[in-house]
Design a protein around this ligand. Structure first.
Ligand code: FA5
Length: 345
């Protein structure tokens, strides 16, 4: 009897090990435990308990019921195992194309970041390096080194966030100009994209925190022509078409001469519309030739060197490029706004 049951256990385990699908396991179950002619069932049914004495009956009975429950457990385990493997394979490889796809939320990139990455790319292509500067600045780099007089209204509490330490949150990326010239010397071509802060009233085009991209080129013989050519190259790439620009006089203590650079209105192609207030031009960025006092503060000789600088409002540029009507949307945290912009640059 023991030899029979051992052989059956071994045969059962062997066949279960070969089974790869649930219906193969079922076939093994029928073969060994099937009611009609399963081999274990047949063995049990064929045992003549009546011919055995009491002790033998107990021993044989235990052996056969042990065999049966061993088979049931082995078959149940095998079934679970092949079902788990089949489920894993289904998940991995087999796709039901008729089922609706799973929605994946991938997030999106804030349009100002998209503009910044784009500008970095364009300027690197023109040989400019990218420097970040510091959001917390000293009064010296934000104002003094830039020839902004002590009594200039921009230093008032209304415009500047002062910190208890006496430091401030930079009001413009121009604060990095002198730092960069001191750090890298000349010739220098660099942009400083980053966040600026001003204590001012909010409206559709003014935020207390916004992004600028400063540009600075200092070398021997740099002129306004260099400034114009760099600007034109930049704007052509940003707006993906030829654009006309013009310079108007503008005043900033750190440039001489200073300009406001206007862009021909892209909405009406210069014909005149509400966006350009019927002038055909949109004010885009202040710029100018670096003031000799700023060069001196940076240890650069204004007799031999000259440079241009510009302060592009990146947040406003993003508004122009994507037709965003209100600057407050950028930091609104409103997913309906962000979702409109792509997740890749
Ligand atoms: C400046 O900040 C100068 N540092 C720019 C400069 C650099 C001039 C180099 C000359 C040479 P202004 O304050 O105009 O200039 O700001 C420049 C740009 O920043 C503006 O044209 C505008 O696009 C953006 N900007 C200024 N204030 C805000 C604000 N509160 N919200 C959003 N954008 C602003």
């Amino acid at each position: 009897m023991t030899a029979d049951t051992d052989a059956l256990r071994e045969a059962l385990l062997h066949e279960l090990a070969e089974a790869r699908e649930p219906d193969e396991v079922e076939r093994v179950r029928v073969k060994f435990l099937g009611q009609k002619d399963g081999s274990i069932t047949t063995l049990i049914r064929g045992t003549n308990f009546g011919a055995l004495d009491k002790d033998e009956r107990r021993v044989v009975g235990n052996e056969l019921s042990g065999l049966k429950s061993f088979a049931e457990t082995a078959i149940r385990d095998a079934r679970q195992q092949v079902e788990a493997v089949a489920a894993r394979q289904r998940r991995r490889g087999l796709v039901d194309l008729t089922l609706p796809g799973e929605r994946v939320n991938v997030g999106s990139i804030n349009p100002v970041n998209t503009i910044q990455l784009f500008l970095e790319d364009v300027f690197r292509g023109m040989g400019f390096m990218v420097e970040q500067g510091f959001e917390v600045e000293t009064e010296y780099y934000n104002f003094d080194a830039l020839n902004v007089a002590r009594d200039h209204p921009a230093r008032d509490m209304q415009d500047t966030f002062w910190l208890d330490s006496g430091a401030l949150l930079r009001t413009h990326t121009s604060a990095t100009q002198v730092r960069a010239m001191r750090k890298y010397g000349t010739p220098l071509r660099a942009i400083f994209p980053g966040r600026c802060f001003r204590y001012e009233a909010l409206d559709a085009s003014h935020e207390t925190s916004f992004y600028q991209c400063e540009g600075l080129m200092v070398d021997r013989g740099v002129t306004v022509a260099n400034l114009l050519s760099v600007m034109q190259t930049l704007l052509r790439q940003v707006f993906e078409r030829d654009v006309s620009v013009r310079l108007r006089p503008g005043y900033f203590p750190f440039v001489e001469p200073g300009f406001e650079l206007d862009l021909s209105c892209l909405i009406c192609s210069g014909e005149g519309c509400r966006v350009c207030k019927h002038s055909g031009w949109v004010e885009l960025m202040p710029c100018g030739m670096v003031h000799p006092r700023v060069l001196e503060a940076a240890g650069v000789d204004p007799e031999t060197h000259s440079g241009f600088a510009f302060g592009l409002g990146m947040t406003r540029l993003a508004m122009l490029k994507y037709g965003i009507p209100d600057i407050r949307l950028f930091d609104s945290g409103d997913w309906r706004f962000y979702r409109q912009f792509p997740a890749t640059v």
